[in-house]
Write a protein that binds this ligand. Structure first.
Ligand code: ACO
Length: 327
């Protein structure tokens, strides 16, 4: 602990992302036997493609590729990482954590702390807020925060109401101690009484799956809940930082569905031109979607150093959260 250096801020010094394999179009899902259409999926969700990992590929494999890119773009090497926070709802194993497996795959031998965060589609924002608190405490200086998912493993391909929405992928950032912000404000919330509207209500017991191993969702309830809390939590972090929505250069919401993004932007009084939208290319990748969208926009030159970003997520639990930061 190095409290003599407080206050320490944290800033994102690098971003990376990874999508496995070739994009799978809506029409390819139809060809594979899903009872749907390109038109229905685009009109209701904005999704055109998703990526589906091969059966042998795990969350920590996707996380490795995204992390290597983030570490390189930060100008760091893996041995400098002293904290790994990996958000996933589709871990490689029950244990050890995918974060520990990622640490091994990165060849990090310095004893860096590593753990998974389970907050479904809010997982990356949860991970970022947690890492920020570690850095501000002075205990850690160079964190790797990752969202990585193989949601295709928990989809029922006979349930057209859910299987068309999700995809696999990973995104990562390096978050470092800094003399100036960086992250201005974060907020995290949960309300477990909404656990039934989005869940995978299964467990392993005695070698059997008890309950269901597949994602179940009450789509309209999720839609209403998501739009409300995304607007509320955005206002909360803006208030905490003494800023207003007009000062945001880019809103990067969880990429679930174009209509949720549009409704959230409308509630905040932001034009869609200020919202990073990548959902059409990869569908809902849960904890990976925010860092995927961030990295995509950074590498395209859309997001530039010094821009003010509002990252926000919502997902099963229900959980939700936001981070307001200077990139
Ligand atoms: N293709 C064709 N028809 C379909 C499909 C499909 N893939 N899925 C459902 N339908 C049909 C239904 O059977 C229904 O038919 P019916 O009227 O004959 O009974 C009709 O479409 C309407 O179904 P709804 O579920 O009412 O459709 P809705 O307009 O609500 O759209 C959707 C469904 C897109 C899931 C919407 O509720 C939604 O966007 N919810 C948010 C869910 C979300 O984004 N979840 C992501 C995970 S949560 C998160 O990340 C925060």
């Amino acid at each position: 602990m190095n409290s003599s250096r407080l206050p320490i801020f944290s800033r994102i010094s690098g971003t990376g992302s990874y999508l496995p394999g070739e994009p799978v179009s809506n029409n390819e899902l139809v060809a594979r036997g899903v009872d749907t259409s390109d038109q229905w999926i685009i009109e209701r969700t904005g999704i055109r493609f998703r990526h589906l990992a091969a059966a042998s590929v795990t969350s920590s494999d996707l996380a490795l590729q995204a992390s290597l890119r983030a570490i390189e773009s930060a100008g760091r090497v893996p041995a400098e990482i002293d904290l790994i926070v990996l958000a996933t709802s589709t871990p490689d194993f029950i244990f050890p954590s995918s974060a520990a497996l990622l640490q091994d795959k990165l060849g990090i031998k310095n004893g860096a702390a590593a753990f998974d965060v389970q907050a479904v589609c809010s997982g990356f924002v949860y991970g970022l807020a947690i890492a920020e608190k570690f850095i501000r405490s002075g205990s850690h200086r160079c964190a790797l925060v990752v969202g990585s998912e193989v949601f295709s493993r928990i989809l029922d391909w006979n349930d057209r109401g859910t299987c068309v929405l999700f995809g696999d992928g990973a995104g990562a950032v390096v978050l470092e101690a800094s003399d100036a912000p960086g992250i201005h404000a974060t907020a995290l919330h949960a309300d477990g009484s909404f656990n039934k509207i989005l869940s995978v209500p299964g467990q392993l017991c005695g070698g059997q799956v008890i309950g269901s191993p597949f994602l179940q969702m009450d789509g309209p309830s999720v839609f209403k809940f998501a739009v409300k809390v995304l607007a509320d939590v955005a206002k909360e972090v803006l208030d905490a930082a003494g800023m207003n929505a007009q000062q945001i250069d880019w809103l990067i919401p969880h990429q679930a569905n174009i209509r949720i993004l549009q409704s959230t932007a409308r509630k905040l009084g932001l034009p869609m031109g200020k919202v990073i939208v990548t959902v059409e290319h990869h569908g809902n990748t849960s904890a990976a979607s925010i860092p995927l969208a961030l990295d995509d926009a950074v590498r395209a030159g859309t997001i530039k150093r010094g821009d003010t970003l509002l990252l926000e997520g919502v997902g099963g639990g229900f959980t939700w959260g936001a981070a307001l930061l200077r990139f």
